[in-house]
Design a protein around this ligand. Sequence first.
Ligand code: SF4
Length: 140
Amino acid sequence: MTTSEPARSYPGRRAPGAETLAELDEALIDCRACPRLVEWREETARTKRRAYADWDYWGRPVPGFGPPDASVAIVGLAPAAHGGNRTGRMFTGDRAGDFLYSALYDLGLANRRAATHRGDGLELRGVRITSPVHCAPPAN
Ligand code: SF4
């Protein structure tokens, strides 16, 4: 069965049927339920910050990061416009992430300090990072 475009745009309707966190994340990244946030995240991805002009911004909802069976949750507010909204991973590519992942590394909960982009090899142990708002909000 093919999921219709309206259903893909409003994953809250699909969420109750998700059987795994990966399925939920897969639905999440298509979400367009909040017009104001969708416009902002995509506008930011188009205009970019000069320092990241050569980046292809993520510009979509940013899913949680870390193992699904984690016993500890770290809950942020929302992705940063030029951090998670650029890299597609929570707290990745911004100064808050530099601090957070360095601390997690010191505690033995991350395998490296640096979080620069998805695919950088960063892995978390027993911790999952998420946020109640998955899109970068206007005016932070
Ligand atoms: S903030 Fe949440 S509900 Fe709103 S568009 Fe982004 S993912 Fe969807």
